[in-house]
Design a protein around this ligand. Structure first.
Ligand code: FRU
Length: 474
């Protein structure tokens, strides 16, 4: 039977076999959400990049299709995006009809931007004869075009990662591109290379405002080492991006865990959704799984939230399971240095609602396996941090893997905690996604128990809900 291997995620997208990395070409079109991705169809490591393909009607259950884009004389196929060319601005479709256009990097002697189009809902693609549409300008890292339609300036806008900065390009037809501006040389962090940018226009919760957000993936220099995603909020006028952040306080991490990278958003949707590659370049090639390697994160709905005059990303996971099994417990008091235990599944979620009057400032939960391995999450209000300990289970495949993974709470008073566990990952969402941490774990046994503890002062919980989720694979 497939999808039954020990560490195989049951709630997250994985390919049946072989390697994947970045999500690519995310676009909604005629009832389907498309998920293309970096793909080696023949082996379980990062080489010979193609675009693989999967579709979903609910952003949770996925069906894997064949190869969408394969290497050619210009090179292998690196990351990029896709849009619906509704009005046939490209002229690549028949009169009066539109279709899908993919914009991607050809990785050959140099990196250049190319396009391809599909007339059959993304199942087959034809590369444009005049590729590349943006030839290389002697920049070594020149990749990962993310394109969207900019309403106010009535043009397609591309954001492109160029090593230590982002370049913006504009086009009336997805074929002829004009350089617009550059952004970012003066900003941290430049220890690593900038990759996979995205430009979003997100609603600010509890207001009628919308603000621009520039997403940048960096490799390496993440908050816990290795690759990670950060963002700037600001304004975009169709030519230039102007950030709100001053350079010294510009670092806002989208996810403070170790395993959320190259995340980008879907095009052509009403609300904004994104997905990340659930891995880290520090050890992506040696994580102990086969015959596949790497999963995507859960899809998350994005918005902005204003805290103390500053704007922060909010991400809420999409879980569509109509047959889930839910068990709830109400009004639980846990005394100092004691724990309460609950039986849980290793493919499910735990939701805690903390009482507003709870005095505990150091508390947390442990996921315990049937071999007594412990994966502990601890929140520490005095330190303004939360930490996931993944020092148990399989860890010796990379010295960068066993970690105490720390995230800042940014003064957040945690009232709600959602933890989604899926055999080899834990995703933590605090206060409905105001702070998020995504991490891989490789238990030798099976997670069977949840223990909730408090270190100082009693912890009062209004509600604990343990949910068993069904596998998304039939
Ligand atoms: C990010 C990345 C991209 C590149 C792709 C290659 O993880 O390095 O910049 O296009 O992966 O697979």
């Amino acid at each position: 039977m497939s999808y039954q291997e020990k560490h195989r995620p049951q709630l997250h997208f994985t390919p049946k076999e072989n390697w994947i990395n970045d999500p690519n070409g995310l676009v909604y079109y005629e009832g389907e959400y498309h998920l293309f991705y970096q793909r080696n169809p023949n082996a379980n490591d990062h080489a010979d990049m193609h675009w693989g393909h999967a579709t979903s009607t609910d952003l949770y259950h996925w069906e894997e299709h064949g190869i969408a884009l394969a290497p050619d004389e210009l090179g292998t196929i690196f990351s990029g995006s896709a849009v619906v060319d509704k009005n046939n601005t490209s002229g690549l479709f028949e009169n009066g009809s539109g279709g899908l256009v993919a914009i991607f990097t050809h990785d050959g002697e140099s990196q250049q931007q190319s396009i391809a189009y599909s007339k059959d809902k993304g199942r087959t693609w034809t590369k444009y004869e005049g590729n590349p549409v943006i030839p290389n300008t002697k920049i070594k890292d020149f990749r990962d075009p993310k394109v969207s339609w900019h309403e106010d300036s009535e043009q397609w806008v591309m954001v492109l990662a160029c090593g230590d900065h982002i370049q913006f390009y504009g086009s009336p037809n997805l074929i002829n591109w004009t350089y617009l501006s550059s952004f970012g040389k003066e900003y941290p962090s430049h220890i690593g290379v900038w990759e996979c940018p995205d430009l979003l226009y997100l609603p600010v919760e509890n207001s009628s405002k919308k603000e621009w957000v520039l997403i940048v993936s960096i490799n390496d220099d993440g908050p816990n080492g290795g690759s990670a995603v950060y963002y700037f909020t600001g304004s975009f006028d169709g030519k230039e991006f102007h950030p709100n952040e001053k350079s010294e306080d510009a670092l806002k991490w989208a996810d403070t865990g170790k395993d959320f990278y190259a995340a980008v958003s879907w095009d052509n949707t009403e609300d904004t959704y994104w997905i990340g590659w659930m891995n880290n370049w520090q050890y992506a090639g040696v994580v102990p799984v086969s015959p596949w390697r790497s999963a995507m994160s859960l899809v998350r709905k994005m918005s902005l939230n204003e805290v103390g005059g500053d704007l922060f990303l909010k991400q809420e996971p999409i879980i569509t399971d109509n047959n889930k099994e839910v068990i709830s417990y109400q009004n639980i008091d846990i005394q100092t240095d004691t724990t309460k235990s609950y039986g849980i599944s290793d493919t499910g979620q735990v939701n805690l609602q903390i009482s507003k009057t709870s005095a505990s400032t150091k508390w947390g939960m442990k996921f315990v396996t049937d071999q007594n391995e412990v994966f502990c999450l601890e929140l520490n209000k005095a330190e303004d941090t939360y930490t996931l300990y993944r020092t148990e289970g399989l860890t010796d495949f990379s010295e960068d893997f066993p970690e105490e993974i720390k995230g800042s709470l940014h003064g957040l008073d945690v009232q709600e905690l959602q933890a989604i566990i899926d055999r080899s990952s834990v995703e933590i969402f605090l206060n409905k996604g105001l702070s998020v941490s995504t991490n891989l774990i490789y238990p030798k046994g099976t997670v069977v128990q949840l223990e909730i503890f408090t270190v100082n002062e009693a912890l009062q919980i209004e509600n604990i809900t343990c949910t068993n989720l069904n596998s998304i694979w039939k």
